[in-house]
Design a binder for this molecule. Structure first.
Ligand code: ARG
Length: 276
């Protein structure tokens, strides 16, 4: 299942691997939901308004309570879902991704407790060969769906240089992850409004040799608020950060959740595209 060809183009993914500091906090297996939202400091959202947001599911590995949700993802073509490479790590899944037989993408379903939408099996997994688990650089994977989703589920990916990456741009992050930073996994989709931050602030927040990893402007993007409080959190990984109606980031890592001095770090979405 797992191949090394780029699913979107033949371009080799960004190289340059720097082993910085300790490994990023690992994904925690979602516990039964106690709150009614995902993402810290956000609000509930409807997939009808954000049809490209999907949940990655394995009931075998993560239980049935929340439909097996363990990460987020985003539909970038009718049969292609982008997510974080770290979501598919063997130490997260407990099994190699190509042996995860019940891996599915859940689309069109706001509440993980309800029916509706689509559960689509995954037929192939591409993990960015330049993904570096130590620095978390290049944290992106693309799943090929066994069936195409209907029209209207896809979001365009912002190219490098798109105005949506400009610092100060209002962006929204979506997910079914932890709402408190303490393992309160959501059952309903949640969203929070954050701002794209300048690379210099991100680099200051995450310098080399300190914290979970070093910020790298070529492969990452960071977003947050001055006061903190609004952020992605565990279980949101792989989910979308959207600005100007385009995908600009995938939830990747951070130090805690919603801390004023520790913005959320995202995989820069333009790394999914061939260079223009
Ligand atoms: N690594 C986390 C996950 O696997 C995402 C953490 C994002 N953290 C943040 N503060 N934005 O779900």
């Amino acid at each position: 299942m797992r191949g090394t060809r780029h699913p979107i183009s033949s371009r080799r993914a960004a190289v340059g691997v720097v082993a910085a500091a300790a490994a990023v906090a690992t994904l925690v297996a979602p516990a039964p939901a106690a709150a009614d939202g995902g993402v810290v400091g956000g609000h509930t959202a409807q997939v009808a308004d954000a049809p490209w947001v999907v949940a990655l599911s394995s009931r075998d590995r993560f239980g049935r309570t929340r439909a097996g949700q363990f990460c987020g993802g985003v539909v970038i073509a009718p049969a292609k879902v982008a997510t974080a490479a770290h979501c598919l790590r063997e130490d997260v899944l407990g099994v190699a991704p190509d042996r995860l037989e019940d891996l599915k993408v859940i689309a069109g379903r706001s509440s993980l407790l309800g029916p509706g939408g689509y559960e689509v099996p995954v037929s192939a997994i591409w993990i960015n060969p330049a993904y570096d688990p130590d620095s978390n650089s290049g944290d992106v994977a693309v799943l090929t769906l066994a069936q195409r989703l209907p029209d209207g589920y896809t979001i365009p990916v912002a190219r490098a240089g798109d105005a949506a990456y400009t610092p100060g741009t209002a962006a929204t992050v979506y997910g079914w992850g932890d709402t408190t930073g303490q393992g309160t996994y959501a059952s309903r989709l949640h969203a929070a409004e954050v701002s794209v931050l300048p690379d210099e602030s991100c680099a200051r927040a995450y310098p080399a040799g300190k914290g979970p990893a070093r910020y790298r402007a070529d492969t990452m993007l960071c977003a947050g608020t001055d006061q903190g409080g609004r952020d992605a959190c565990q279980g949101d990984s792989g989910g979308p950060l959207v600005a100007h109606g385009r995908l600009i980031g995938l939830v990747s890592w951070g130090s805690g959740c919603g801390r004023a001095d520790s913005p959320g770090v995202y995989t820069r979405a333009s790394t999914l595209l061939p260079p223009s």
